[in-house]
Write a protein that binds this ligand. Structure first.
Ligand code: NAI
Length: 402
């Protein structure tokens, strides 16, 4: 079996260290490859690392018979056929929190820029106009910030905004621990009517889709600002444009759109382009070199832990187990299998028929799949893995250590 980690799409160089330490050779490709080249490269891969442009569909998995684990060095995993990966016992990892800070910082910067009216003054200056006035120009200190979704990004922003002297309020559907002096409010409507700036940090779900429509925007304070750095479907863009047109809102910052260009060759068109006090950015809220490095470290560590320990903690498609390092003097059998009665007893029978002892055993299931990790003591026969592989229900089996 090849022991190569193949990294596509310029994954951050920081990823190499963990993979090398796990005993792999690292091969890199600077871009997403055309399908044929991708499939040829995957034929050599024990580990693959991709970002959002490499499509790992069924054909790609077919082309990768030795692939043990896949790392998505990004947030989303839509580009991967997760079901096929799970059926083949291939865990898929991503880096969901690497860019939290980057989004929070951009949002904070946008709050300051919007409240100072910088976008329209800076735009005018580029055209040779000198708009030197304090009209609609405010400090953010002591203004009310309303955060919708107090998760990783929302709560990080809360800390940064409090540091600038803003009064922070938040609305979340789950109970969340308030940071500093931030206060939760009971309803979205309450938040909308209370705050000078509303910023969205919720996922795209059936409940959040179009959560800021005409009716909700009308409930915002006159002269306030709306920021969407989360997902494009949360805001009715036409309703937002109407609110800017009427002067109900003084400005907006939007990084994510209902329809985004698929590549730099496609034109970006939005009804918000006609307004001056707006900050429109091309979905780069999380795009910083620091975020890429953080994701590189996070995902490569998860890949290495899976190879060296069998840990699936943080995997998005298979049962999660975090067994820690293999104890001295033991060997570890890890097995993905179909979640059906009887598998564990068959595994135990095989191990004891070999004269080995199961010193510890962990099992987790998720839907149709199970994952078991058994630490063994005693002399193990050379064909142990083959015998476990042959068990009814086994999908993928590996021996670590021993
Ligand atoms: P998270 O999962 O840590 O936090 C989301 C919060 O929203 C949770 O506390 C959840 O309870 C809350 N929530 C869910 N439904 C809600 C509802 N209907 N009303 C109120 N609260 C609700 O997520 P994280 O990491 O903070 O990300 C937030 C958003 O930012 C996501 O949509 C994510 O996709 C987006 N994002 C955008 C990036 C960009 O490049 N612009 C980069 C990274 C994340």
């Amino acid at each position: 079996m090849s022991e190569t980690a193949i990294l596509f799409e310029n994954v951050h160089a920081v990823a190499d260290a963990q993979l090398l330490a796990a005993g792999l050779k690292v091969e890199r490709h600077g871009a997403a490859l055309p399908v044929e080249d991708l499939h040829a490269a995957l034929g050599q891969a024990r580990v693959a690392g991709i970002r959002s442009r490499t499509k790992m569909n069924k054909a790609a998995f077919d082309a990768a018979p030795d692939l043990a684990v896949l790392g998505c060095f990004c947030i989303g995993t839509n580009q991967v056929d997760l079901e096929t990966a799970a059926e083949r016992g291939i865990p898929v990892f991503n880096g969901p929190f690497g860019n939290t800070r980057s989004v929070a910082e951009l949002t904070l910067a946008s709050i300051i820029m919007l409240m100072r009216g910088i976008p329209h003054r800076a735009g005018a200056a580029l055209r040779g106009e000198w708009r030197k006035t304090a009209e609609h120009s405010h400090e953010v200190r002591s203004k009310k910030l309303g955060i919708v979704g107090y998760g990783n990004i929302g709560s990080q922003l809360s800390v940064l905004a409090s540091g600038l002297g803003m009064h922070v309020y938040y609305y979340d559907i789950e109970p969340k621990l308030a940071h500093g002096n931030a206060r939760s409010v009971a309803t979205l409507d309450e938040l909308l009517g209370l705050c000078d700036v509303i910023t969205l940090h919720v996922p795209d779900t059936p409940q959040t889709r179009n959560m800021m429509g005409a009716a909700e925007i009308a409930k915002m304070k006159p002269g306030s600002y709306l920021i969407n750095h989360a997902r494009g479907n949360l805001v009715d863009i036409d309703a937002l444009a109407n609110a800017l047109e009427s002067g109900h809102l003084f400005g907006t910052a939007v990084d994510v759109f209902p329809k985004e260009p698929a590549s730099k060759d496609e034109a970006f068109v939005s009804p918000l382009q006609q307004f001056e006090n707006v900050i429109l950015t091309p979905h780069i809220g999380g795009s910083t070199l620091e975020a890429q490095a953080a994701i590189g470290e996070d995902v490569s560590l998860k890949l290495a832990r899976f190879l060296q320990q069998g840990s699936t903690k943080g995997a998005v498609n298979v049962p999660e187990l975090e067994p820690g390092p293999v104890p001295e003097g033991r060997a570890r059998v890890v097995s993905f299998h179909g979640n059906a009665p009887g598998y564990l007893s068959r595994l135990t029978d095989v191990v004891s028929s070999c004269g080995a002892n199961i010193a510890s055993q962990r099992l987790e299931t998720r839907g149709d799949f199970g994952y078991v990790i058994a630490d063994l003591e005693g002399d193990l026969p050379a064909n142990l893995v083959e015998r476990v592989k042959a068990l009814d229900g086994s999908i993928r089996v590996r021996l670590i250590g021993g």
